[in-house]
Design a protein around this ligand. Structure first.
Ligand SMILES: Cc1cc2nc3c(=O)[nH]c(=O)nc-3n(C[C@H](O)[C@H](O)[C@H](O)COP(=O)(O)OP(=O)(O)OC[C@H]3O[C@@H](n4cnc5c(N)ncnc54)[C@H](O)[C@@H]3O)c2cc1C
Ligand code: SF4
Length: 559
């Protein structure tokens, strides 16, 4: 974090009441609620939303089965206004997969909070596009194509806004033709709504020690494909989740298959990033999953139309950091509001945006600026978000400790207990952060994954092609390796190069030297889909994801 630009000319500056980083459900809900409050009280509030994707929705990747509680609170007449919630859930099933078979868990065994009835299957990206239009109609300045690359701190130590990155910088750092200096967006309050593992959020959490006394944040890597399936295979409103095969019992994760729209099926696979085996390849596990006898029939005769990947936060209740800091707040999945048992976070993202907006609006009415929005923190403590997260708080620790099979049973019992006896207060810890859970390669054998058939299963490069990822190639590499020697000694020599396997976009390669020299770490940064897994999983925390030029990255049409 810095307050002094290193290069000339000086940056221009724009002032707003509230600066919001990220046009996901959290950031857009906050922007909309601020303007709604201003309209009600006939007092204008200036709000800007910065989005690094080329357009709102371009970087949004989710399941998504949406609990409409967030949208109901934000725009109660969303149905009449034509929001993209077209498919209501009609059937909900959970399977445990073995290698060639499966068991179906009867729905009555599931605690009521796990039910998906009254939820909707959507493209969260398209919902965000719609929310972006609503925000603009209310007078919010929405700036897609601008990455917030720097936090601005004032002399008192409070956050006073953000700066966007310079555009037109060559790979070696020299300005190119068309070089444009970044801008300072200064706000009385700054909301960080960057989603899971936000790059500025990470700095702010460290700077203000927001995670002191909390459990480490945990993550999963979610990979997703969108398919157009044969009409006779399409069952609109069917929502299916699985756990078990192809992951072994010690590796957490599972799949989702959601039927919606016109013959569309979202299929995704989540691998919990506390896995130990450095040879595990989440992308290959996903491809293998689709070949299971209970799964493959849905996709036979269909066509894959999109691919992408994104980390999701899984730490839940005990990992939520302090939310307010001098001059701003964390909202949405940057604060870790995902309910891992339900695989849902977008409703809590919206609810947190609404609460932060209400708190900031009150502060603006009182002519305050740059202080700690304690009323947001207080509102969170008694909110529906806490209720949602608290009931499932032990599920992830139980999966991690007991493995998938026993953990499923124990997690189910714990959710029932917390539903029936909500005063129970036992909270299990998560233990190590995800980067510390890899074990040295010497204790494992390489995994022989099947070759893709190009029909049901695919390779990484053709997949990245479907994410429509595009970065200006002649720009500084946005994946910063702090110490190349450490990367070689640790990631390559000790862990056999897991980045090659965990990166879902083929960004990392270890090129072995022909005549006994040192291997070379090649970074194909232009392929990066901004999932943030390397920033989370590198065993030495030696890789840092920073924002590339705004407008680069995936261009998800409807993920
Ligand atoms: C595979 C998968 C499946 C999921 N399934 C479901 C589901 O079925 N139901 C559900 O409710 N939830 C689901 N979730 C979780 C849900 O997607 C998140 O809870 C939700 O998207 C969080 O919203 P957010 O606004 O906090 O962050 P995001 O949706 O991640 O949005 C953050 C936005 O900020 C932008 N941004 C980030 N950093 C910067 C920066 N520095 N400068 C400018 N812009 C920036 C990003 O480009 C992005 O557009 C799933 C997640 C994944 C990955
Ligand atoms: S380089 Fe990192 S952030 Fe980019 S796609 Fe690969 S793992 Fe994800």
């Amino acid at each position: 974090m810095s307050d002094s630009p290193a290069r000339t000319p000086e940056r221009e500056s724009m002032e707003f009441d509230v600066v919001i980083v990220g046009a996901g459900p959290a950031g857009l809900a906050a922007a909309i609620r601020l303007k709604q409050l201003a309209q009600e009280k006939s007092r204008d509030v200036s709000v800007v939303v910065l989005e690094k994707g080329s357009e709102v929705g371009a970087h949004i990747l989710s399941g998504a089965v949406i609990d409409p509680v967030g949208l109901d609170a934000l725009i109660p007449d969303w149905r009449e206004r034509g929001a993209q919630y077209d498919t209501q859930v009609t059937r909900d099933r959970f399977l445990y997969l073995t290698k060639n078979g499966h068991f179906r868990l009867p729905n009555f065994l599931m605690p009521p909070l796990m039910s998906n009835h009254r939820n909707y299957v959507v493209s969260l990206g398209n919902l965000c596009r719609w929310l972006g239009e609503q925000a603009e109609a209310l007078g919010v300045d929405v700036y897609p194509g601008f990455a917030a690359s720097e936090i601005l701190i004032d002399d008192s130590g409070a956050v006073r806004g953000v700066a966007t990155g310079d555009m037109g910088v060559a790979r070696d750092g020299a300005p190119k033709d068309g070089f444009t200096r970044g801008m300072e967006l200064v706000g009385k309050y700054t909301f960080l709504a960057e989603g899971a593992r936000g790059s500025l959020t990470k700095q702010v959490i460290a700077n203000f020690k927001l995670d002191e006394g909390r459990e480490p944040q945990k993550y999963g890597l979610g990979l997703k494909e969108l398919w157009e399936v044969a009409p006779d295979k399409h069952q609109p409103g069917l929502v299916q989740h699985t756990m078990g095969w192809p992951l072994d019992d010690a590796t957490g994760g599972g799949s989702f298959v959601y039927h919606f729209g016109e013959n569309l099926v979202s299929v995704g696979f989540v691998v919990h990033l506390n896995y130990a085996n450095p040879y595990l390849a989440p992308f290959e596990e996903f491809q293998r999953f689709k070949t299971h006898p209970a799964i493959r029939a849905t996709f036979e005769g269909g066509k894959r139309v999109a691919y992408g990947a994104r980390a999701l936060s899984e730490g839940g209740f005990q990992s939520v950091p302090k939310l307010a800091f001098p001059g701003g707040t964390l909202i949405g999945c940057g604060a870790g509001f995902m309910n891992v048992a339900r695989i849902k976070g977008s409703h809590n993202a919206m609810l947190s945006g609404i609460m932060a907006a209400q708190s900031a609006y009150q502060a603006l009415q009182e002519e305050r600026a740059g202080d700690v929005l304690e009323t947001y923190e207080k509102a969170y403590e008694t909110s529906g978000i806490v209720k949602d997260l608290k009931r499932v708080r032990n599920v992830k620790p139980l999966w991690s400790r007991l493995g998938t099979r026993l953990g499923l049973v124990a997690g189910g019992i714990d959710m029932w207990l917390n539903t029936l006896l909500p005063f129970l207060s036992h909270t299990l810890g998560h233990g190590k952060p995800d980067h510390a859970s890899l074990k040295p390669a010497a204790g494992f054998k390489p995994i022989d994954y099947p070759r893709p058939d190009g029909v049901l299963t695919f390779d990484k490069l053709s997949s990245v092609f479907l994410s429509a990822t595009n970065h200006e190639e002649d720009q500084p590499v946005h994946l910063k390796v702090a110490d190349p020697d450490l990367q070689r000694a640790s990631e390559h020599d000790r862990f056999a190069g897991p980045s090659v396997r965990y990166c879902p976009a083929g960004v990392y390669e270890w090129i072995e030297a022909e005549s006994g020299g040192e291997p070379r770490f090649q970074i194909n940064a232009q392929n990066c889909v901004h999932c943030k897994t390397c920033d989370i999983k590198d065993p030495e925390q030696n890789i840092t994801w920073v924002t590339p030029e705004g407008g680069g990255g995936p261009n998800y049409p409807n993920m």
